[in-house]
Write a protein that binds this ligand. Structure first.
Ligand code: HSE
Length: 344
C-alpha cells in the first residue's frame, strides 16, 4: 500500500468537526477507497487553548509551515484569511480542498492557477455536481442550470409553509448547523448567488463575477404570500438560475419564484437542494440531495480528499484556471418571467 496521504484541516466549526470525526471513525473504509490511509496531522483554529479534537490543535501559521503535508482542507469560510492560507498552501506545493463558495466564486480562477484546487463541497454539499460539470460533462454544451442551492432558506420556506414563524424557522436552521455564521448570507441570497456563479463558470466556461448576479432573498416572503401561492397551486422556492445562448450572452439571477406544486423542484424539502442541468447531448439531468449540514458537506470534502490521495486530476480547478485572464462576462438578470414566475 502507498504511504499515508497527510492532511491538515483549517477550521473546526460544524463541517471541520464532522470531517475530523469521519476521518477517524471511518478510517478503514476511507483507506480502502483511497488506496492508502488518509492521516489527519493537525487542525488549525484561532484559539487552540482548552479545545479538544481528534488531532493536534495549532495555529494556521504553524500548520502551514509543516513541510510533510500533502494537502490542506480549508473549512473556515470567508474571504480572508482563507484566501491567504489557500494561496500559501498552493504555492508550497500542497493540494487544497475547500468548501468555501464565497472564495471560489470571487477568486477561484486566480487561486486555481497556483496549484490543484478542489471544491466539490462548495456547491450543494453532498450532491456531486462540481466534478460532474467539469469532468463528466466536459465535452457537452450546457444551456441552462436551475435549482435550489441554499438549504437554510429552503428549510425556512418549508417550515413557514407548515405554520412556523420566520424567526423560529431561522433559529431551527441555525441549530441544525445549516446556516452560515452570518445567516444574512443565506436569507439575502449571497450564498446561492456565489454557488450559481461557480456552477455557471463550470457549465458555460465563462468568468462570472458573483456580485453581478441580481439576487432577491427571502426576508420579504410572508406567510400570507406562501398561503396565497398554495391556494393557486404553487410552492415558493428560492430559485437560482442561469442560461446562455449561442451568442454567449448570460442571464442569471436568484429570487423567490412560484413553482407549480407538482414540479419536481417543488418537492425538494428541508435542507435538500436540487439542480436541473440542460445539456445538448446528455439531455436534461436532475440532481437532488442534502445541500447543507455538517455531514453532507464533510462527505463532499472527503470525496475530494480521496481524489487527491489517488492523484486524480483536479478537473474543476483546472477549468477555473483557464478563466483567470478572461474579463468577467456581463450577466443580465433572468427577470420575473423566466421558467417560473417571480413570487413578488
Ligand atoms: N448555509 C448553506 C446552506 C450551507 O444553507 O445551503 C451549505 O452551503
Amino acid at each position: 500500500m502507498r504511504a499515508p496521504f497527510r492532511v491538515a484541516v483549517i477550521g473546526l466549526g460544524n463541517v471541520g468537526g464532522a470531517l475530523a470525526r469521519r476521518l477517524v471513525d471511518d478510517a478503514d473504509r476511507i483507506t480502502m477507497a483511497a488506496g492508502r490511509p488518509i492521516a489527519l496531522e493537525g487542525i488549525a483554529v484561532a484559539h487552540p487553548e482548552g479545545r479538544r479534537a481528534p488531532a493536534p490543535l495549532l495555529l494556521a501559521a504553524q500548520l502551514l509551515a509543516q513541510r510533510q503535508l500533502d494537502a490542506i482542507v480549508e473549512v473556515m469560510g470567508g474571504l480572508e484569511p482563507a484566501s491567504t492560507y489557500i494561496s500559501t498552501a498552493l504555492q508550497a506545493g500542497r493540494q487544497v480542498i475547500t468548501a468555501n463558495k464565497q472564495l471560489v466564486a470571487a477568486q477561484g480562477p486566480p487561486l486555481a492557477c497556483l496549484g490543484p484546487l478542489r471544491f466539490e463541497a462548495s456547491v450543494a454539499s453532498a450532491i456531486p455536481i462540481i466534478e460532474t460539470l467539469a469532468d463528466t460533462l466536459a465535452a457537452d454544451r450546457i444551456g441552462s442550470i436551475m435549482g435550489i442551492l441554499n438549504g437554510t432558506t429552503n428549510s425556512i420556506l418549508a417550515a413557514m409553509a407548515g405554520g412556523a414563524s420566520y424567526a423560529d424557522a431561522l433559529a431551527d436552521a441555525r441549530r441544525r448547523g445549516l446556516a452560515e455564521a452570518d445567516p444574512s448570507a443565506d436569507v439575502d441570497a449571497h450564498d446561492p448567488a456565489a454557488k450559481l456563479a461557480i456552477l455557471a463558470m463550470l457549465a458555460f466556461r465563462r468568468r462570472i463575477d458573483p456580485s453581478q448576479i441580481v439576487r432577491v432573498g427571502i426576508r420579504d416572503v410572508g406567510a400570507d404570500q406562501i398561503e396565497n401561492g398554495r391556494r393557486r397551486g404553487f410552492v415558493i422556492k428560492l430559485i437560482a438560475a442561469a442560461t446562455t445562448d449561442d451568442g454567449g450572452s448570460i442571464q442569471a439571477d436568484v429570487r423567490p419564484r412560484l413553482v407549480p406544486a407538482d414540479a419536481p423542484m417543488a418537492r425538494v424539502h428541508g435542507a435538500m437542494n436540487a439542480i436541473a442541468v440542460d445539456a445538448e447531448y446528455a439531455g436534461s439531468l436532475l440532481f437532488e440531495g442534502p445541500g447543507a449540514g455538517p455531514d453532507a458537506a464533510a462527505s463532499a470534502v472527503l470525496a475530494d480528499l480521496i481524489r487527491a490521495a489517488k492523484d486524480v486530476p483536479a478537473s474543476a480547478g483546472s477549468l477555473l484556471a483557464t478563466l483567470a485572464d478572461a474579463p468577467p462576462a456581463t450577466v443580465f438578470p433572468l427577470g420575473p418571467t423566466a421558467q417560473y414566475p417571480a413570487a413578488s
